[in-house]
Design a protein around this ligand. Structure first.
Ligand code: KG4
Ligand code: ZN
Length: 338
């Protein structure tokens, strides 16, 4: 089965073609218009999706070497995300499906991130644990099957990626700042500053706003930390505190829920310290580890098509859902409940 997919929930416009779960093509364009504002401007994001959508879908089909009539299903993200952006990609894909008499499926953005851990590898043994962390979400999910998800922890305030972006903004590192911080931190001393680690050993929930504020206070009280030579140490210390607030929880959850694999997905899953930390956890517990290839960590349409592929495998076809800017993962109903 060939699936054409569209992702437009935030500032990435992406299209992909998958055949039986295998990626034939992926075209992702990150909108640059938001750079100057230090964050995504919803109105501009929607307009930019309008400009990019058609060309990206054509490019994905061309790269995959197929024509629209050879597509069996068209899928698009219907939420959560920015409503204007979602409407552009979802309506485009729905119209294309309707006009071409092709089946259509709506996809939950976080469910797509969740299953991205399985792209280009063999299926992961169940149950597995996924740390889902992006610019808007941070969750710890025990996956016992398709649509069998237990969200055991989530952030109480900022998302983890948001904390990276806000710290990056304090230092003028551009937007989003996660990748730049990751790179600079590699040259720094992570013990240079002792930043606070929130909610240690209490729950599986997370909190990042205190850490971000601690960095802001450090820079206010000792401005020399923003100097080019000091930034790597400051950022390595920040990243280390962020890792210390998530990795022990992930390990504890993996033990408690006796999962067979530990995984991470979403934009933050690209982080090198997180990837190393997960590998160590997997070694400690003698279980499998899975993180998506870099191009499947950030928002991309391959994960949307893969989630649609899982829907079809589970016998759920043609889910036409309305666009939903807010849509908790826990609300997704299992095929058995339908
Ligand atoms: O999943 P994603 O592409 O978009 C959302 O759905 O939000 O995630 C983007 C987030 C941004 O906050 C970005 O700074 C963060 O992922 N990110 C990283 C890294 N690469 C991207 N955070 C930490 N380390 C990275 N290497
Ligand atoms: Zn995302």
């Amino acid at each position: 089965m060939r699936i054409l997919s569209v992702e437009s929930s935030c500032d990435e416009n992406s299209a992909a073609v998958l055949e039986d779960g295998r990626v034939l093509s992926l075209v992702t364009v990150t909108q640059q218009v938001h750079q100057q504002f230090g964050g995504v401007v919803p109105e501009l994001a929607g307009r930019s999706h309008l400009e990019l959508q058609d060309a990206n879908v054509c490019a994905a089909l061309r790269t995959a070497g197929c024509e629209l009539p050879e597509i069996d299903l068209i899928a698009a993200t219907s939420g959560p995300g920015l409503v204007g952006s979602l409407l552009v990609g979802h309506s485009f894909a729905q119209s294309l499906a309707l006009a071409s008499d092709i089946e259509f499926a709506s996809v939950h953005h976080m469910e797509a991130h969740l299953w991205s851990v399985e792209i280009e590898r063999e299926p992961i043994a169940l149950p597995f644990l996924v740390f889902l962390a992006s610019g808007g979400h941070t969750m710890l999910v025990v996956v016992s099957g398709f649509r069998n998800y237990e969200v055991i922890g989530s952030t109480k305030d900022d998302a983890m990626g948001e904390a990276f972006d806000k710290v990056g903004k304090l230092l003028g590192l551009g937007f989003p700042a996660g990748a730049a911080i990751d790179l600079l931190a590699q040259a720094g001393n992570r013990e240079a500053i002792s930043f606070p680690v929130a909610l240690q050993n209490v729950t599986f929930d997370f909190s990042f706003s205190g850490l971000k504020t601690a960095v802001a206070y450090k820079l206010r009280d000792e401005p020399s930390w923003s100097g080019e030579n000091s930034q790597p140490d400051l950022l390595a210390s920040f990243q280390n505190a962020a890792m210390r607030s998530v990795l022990p929880k992930i390990e504890r959850a993996a033990r408690e829920y006796r999962v067979r694999a530990v995984c991470a997905a979403g934009g933050v899953a690209a982080n090198s310290a997180l990837r190393v930390g997960l590998t160590k956890i997997a070694q400690n517990l003698s279980i499998d580890v899975a993180v998506p290839a870099m191009k499947y960590c950030a928002d991309n349409a391959a994960m949307v098509a893969y989630a649609a592929h899982k829907q079809v495998q589970a016998g759920l076809r043609a889910e036409h859902l309305p666009v939903r800017p807010r849509w908790p993962l826990a609300e997704l109903r299992s095929p058995a409940a339908n």
